[in-house]
Design a protein around this ligand. Structure first.
Ligand code: ADP
Ligand code: MG
Length: 721
């Protein structure tokens, strides 16, 4: 396959072994590496005066307000620690609504006035930053006259050194009116809301003043690795993160021979180095394996408090990308880089509790604790049922649309898998309202007779978007490239609302003299009667489920354009406002920004798709057409009868490609009124036009001479390493 196209050079250099960079492992044991680049509690304890350390610890662990008086001391200790490790700069790291991670670096150095310099980092610089950052989307929150954005130190997420040079401080990013311009601020607020309401329920169960309840998250991250040289020979991958063209390879994933298979050596070298980097950053990555598609892998850290897990998740994505380049790979986090091959998700495992109360979603051993578990579990069921469209909206993006409902990922219908045992328990609760008379203390309470639940539900359901897996829920519809903050904000807030609802009713019942257990029985049975239709244990991929879900009245919001308007529902606006998570203005700005992102994504796809079709695929096809035509003419003049079937076929496909390109170009010339209209146009006109061009191009890929084909093929990208 020696030729002159960029593609051929890339492929041959990989096959020659000149392409990949192998790893140089440095052999430091994992436990010695862990957290070495983090200014965590241990470092704080070692470097801070006792009272300062205690005060900080209270803020971090109990959520007490930060005492600004200690900032100078902390800043100076942090700086000394960082400088002693080679850092020269510090950066406030924040998480704008693009879903990416942003940093603004400042030097520690200040001139000392005598021609030299000294290092300085004040408490003020630690607590508050002012990156101009006015180009981040703000959905109309920041007018030009109030364009300032501030970053505020998030004490609960530890600072760390990145790349050996920069002390990174996780921050919240707000406008000068205090409105959230980022993903962290609402997450912190939603955790507060969840804690407040969970405390009320715990109090009913007799827990006096329990520690702060936090939500926990563990995200399993799927990704593809593609050789760097092949990647750069694919303008569509570079510009959009996915291939807009590419015929299905003769051998794909049908043998399922990749899933959990031996990890290729070059990939393993990458994983080892990536994990070392993550360990140093205090990120507890635990599992790694091949995924279903060829070239696809997964990495999962151990769960942490949602805020830290979310910051760490961003760092995981950043590190995965960075280390991949060192190994001659590009790490693809797009939800559907290759058509016809499984896409990538990010399973978000979720629970809540604390170290003293344990995991509140753990079914536990005793009936008494079961009652408490059932209340918390019912709160989740009610939240997912009542706010299903919102939950769907929290994972909506142009790229995730290609994955959801594609028979490899959960459908866009939000349903809950509980497993046989727990479903049976809830069936009993529902029936418990109908007074059957069993012996005392059984159905009267409803929970005393419940079977002991296994710690680990034996069964698994991989087709459900929201599955109970033993002691946590797994939200499986999250996209591989997404920030987990959005879904976490929705889970925290909607569950807080459910807990508020439950606590209010139970408090009233108890006050009016009703025994707690009787009140629980009654309330849960009412909630399950109302919201039980969200529970589904069958095959979520099946056509029957789509029909059944429709009968049950469950929303099926297939695309981002269908899903995002959930953010404008009065009920949702009220929800976020009531629990002080997002003001109506903040929420509306998100609606606008996410729709704009959808439109921008598809506009880029349209442009690059047109360009590739016109300047790469069409010329290759026409060259081949000419070759065939010349050969036919030569045969004819030699007195032979040429077989012109191939020529006719190419000519027909070229015709389809040309008319497809024309349609795609004219599809873009559209000025719609609202951004919602524009998004609909993208979905209904541009994407189908793009698919038509693709169909013609992919057909040509199977006909045109291989040495003329300009783009690395699926075969090459998925199997060459
Ligand atoms: P599987 O692939 O079977 O779903 P993994 O072990 O790959 O499971 O990933 C499970 C994820 O769930 C890990 O990140 C793990 O730390 C996380 N997890 C486990 N328990 C909890 C919990 N109580 N709350 C949140 N996440 C959890
Ligand atoms: Mg999983």
């Amino acid at each position: 396959m020696i030729g002159s196209t960029v593609r051929q050079q890339a492929v041959s250099s990989i096959v020659d072994g000149k392409g990949p960079v192998r790893s140089d492992k440095n052999g430091v044991p994992a436990d010695k590496l862990f957290g070495t680049n983090v200014f965590g509690l241990a470092e704080m304890k070692a470097h801070l005066p006792k009272e300062v350390y205690r005060s900080l610890k209270r803020t971090i662990e109990r959520g007490d307000t930060l005492d600004p008086a200690i900032a100078d001391v902390v800043a100076s200790a942090m700086k000394d620690w960082a400088v002693s490790r080679g850092a020269t700069h510090y950066a406030h790291v924040f998480f704008p609504l693009t879903g990416l991670t942003a940093e603004k670096h400042d030097s520690f150095l200040v001139p000392d006035g005598e021609g030299g310099a000294l290092t300085e980092f004040s408490g003020k610089a630690l607590i508050q930053g002012e990156p101009d950052a006015s180009s981040f989307p703000n959905g109309g929150i920041r007018a030009t006259f109030e364009a300032r954005g501030y970053t505020a130190w998030d004490v609960t997420s530890p600072a760390y050194i990145l790349d050996g040079t920069t002390l990174c401080i996780p921050t919240a990013f707000v406008s000068w009116t205090g409105e959230a311009l980022d993903k962290k601020t609402p997450l912190l607020r939603s955790m507060q809301a969840l804690n407040l309401q969970a405390q009320r329920v715990l109090k009913l169960f007799g827990h006096e003043n329990p520690d702060r309840i936090v939500s926990y998250a563990g995200a399993e991250q799927e990704y593809f690795l593609v050789d760097r040289k092949l990647y750069y020979a694919r303008p569509d991958l570079v510009a959009t993160g996915r291939t807009l063209f590419g015929a299905k390879p003769p051998k794909g994933q049908e043998f399922e021979d990749h899933y959990f298979g031996a990890i290729p050596e070059r990939v393993l070298a990458y994983m080892v180095e990536m994990e070392q980097e993550l360990f140093k950053l205090g990120i507890p990555v635990k599992t790694r394996h091949n995924e279903v598609a060829p070239g696809q892998f997964e990495i999962a850290p151990i769960f942490e408090s949602a805020n830290i897990a979310s910051d760490h998740q961003q760092l995981v994505m950043l590190t995965m990308r960075k280390v991949a380049e060192r190994h001659g790979f590009v790490c693809l986090l797009h939800e559907k880089p290759f058509a016809g091959v499984n896409g990538s998700g990010k399973h978000l495992n979720f629970s809540f509790g604390n170290t003293t109360q344990g995991n509140l979603l753990d079914p536990g051993d005793t009936p008494h604790e079961n009652a408490q578990f059932l209340v918390f579990c019912t709160a989740v069921i009610r939240a997912v049922s009542k706010y299903a469209p919102l939950l769907r909206a929290s994972i909506a993006s142009a790229s995730n649309d290609h994955r959801l409902g594609a028979n490899e990922a959960p459908p866009a219908i939000m349903s809950i898998f509980l497993g046989e045992q727990l479903s049976d328990v809830f069936d009993q609760i529902r029936a418990g309202g109908a007074k059957s008379s069993k012996s005392k203390g059984t159905l009267e309470i409803g929970v005393d007779t419940l079977p002991k639940l296994p710690k680990d539900a034996g069964d698994r359901n991989r087709t459900s978007p929201f599955a109970f897996t033993g002691n946590k829920f797994e939200f499986r519809a999250v996209g591989s490239g997404q920030s987990i903050s959005g879904p976490l904000v929705v889970l925290n807030t909607t569950i807080a609302e459910s807990l508020d609802y439950i606590a209010t009713r139970l408090e009233n019942a108890v006050q009016s003299g009703k025994p707690l257990n009787a009140a629980i029985q009654e309330l849960l049975s009412q909630i399950i009667a109302e919201h039980g239709s969200v529970i589904f244990n069958g095959d979520g991929y099946s056509a029957e489920w789509h029909a059944e879900a429709e009968k049950r009245g469950l929303p099926n919001l297939r695309t981002t354009v269908d899903a995002l308007p959930a953010l404008e529902q009065p009920e949702v606006v009220k929800l976020f406002d009531k629990y002080n998570v997002l003001t109506p203005r903040e929420l509306h700005s998100r609606y606008e920004i996410y729709l704009e992102q959808y439109v921008k994504t598809i506009a880029v796809e349209q442009k690059i798709g047109t360009r590739i079709a016109k300047t790469m695929i069409l010329p290759a096809a026409v060259r081949y057409q000419r070759e065939l035509a010349e050969s036919a003419a030569a045969l004819k003049s030699a007195g032979l009868t040429p077989d012109t079937k191939a020529l006719e076929e190419v000519t027909q496909k070229i015709g389809e490609l040309t008319s497809g390109i024309a349609a795609l170009e004219s599809a873009s010339a559209h000025t719609a009124g609202s951004v919602l209209e524009e998004a609909k146009h993208c979905r209904d006109v541009i994407l189908p036009a793009l698919l038509k061009v693709r169909a013609a191009a992919d057909a040509l890929e199977g006909i045109v001479a291989d040495d003329l084909w300009p783009l690395p093929t699926y075969q090459e990208m998925l199997f060459v390493r």
